[in-house]
Write a protein that binds this ligand. Structure first.
Ligand code: NI
Length: 176
């Protein structure tokens, strides 16, 4: 089911979400379905449970080669619960981000270039991967939502924050 996406200003987006403790339930499967449906309806590449008002540490992200965003490298469709992220290199990279909870805007955010992430799927089975570039950026953006962090909080130079259609008259970077 497509759910309402909370927008910046809603206090629920600033909260730290709770770990999932019970797996393989209909409730968890239903939440994940709603996240995929809502993400697809809004044309996003990722979404976190707090964005639909559910305070659990659940994110989904990924897409196949995208018609909408032909320049974005594909990211495997992934359900990640109770995630942990650590950088595997020293490099950070600055690039544009958007967010379904901050519609119509884009900002430049620095993220680790190479990471390892680990969590579990809806059955509690371990998911562990390394990721770099755009894939790593999406994971870091989504997991930030679980700690009540929206990307504008990470913008260090607000000259690089603005309306998407003004910044990018010829086509927008993705929203997460
Ligand atoms: Ni977001």
């Amino acid at each position: 089911m497509i759910r309402e996406v909370l927008r910046m200003g809603d206090a629920r987006l600033w909260r730290r979400a709770n770990p999932v403790t019970t797996f393989g339930t209909d409730a968890l499967a239903g939440l994940v379905t709603d996240l995929w449906d809502t993400m697809a309806a809004r044309g996003g590449v990722g979404i976190a449970a707090p964005q639909i008002g559910v305070e659990l540490r659940v994110v989904v992200f990924g897409f196949d080669a995208s018609e909408r965003y032909p320049d974005a490298p594909p990211v495997p469709r992934t359900v990640l619960i109770n995630p942990l992220i650590r950088p595997t290199g020293v490099h950070e990279e600055s690039d544009w981000e958007g967010c379904l909870s901050v519609p119509g805007l884009r900002g430049r955010v620095s993220r680790w270039t190479e990471i390892e992430y680990e969590g579990v799927d809806i059955d509690g089975a371990i998911v562990r991967r390394t990721a770099s570039g755009f894939h790593a950026r999406v994971v870091q953006h989504e997991c930030d939502h679980l700690d009540g962090i929206l990307y504008p909080l990470r913008i260090t130079d607000l000259h690089h924050f603005g309306y998407a259609d003004v910044l990018f008259p010829n086509g927008l970077p993705v929203e997460e």
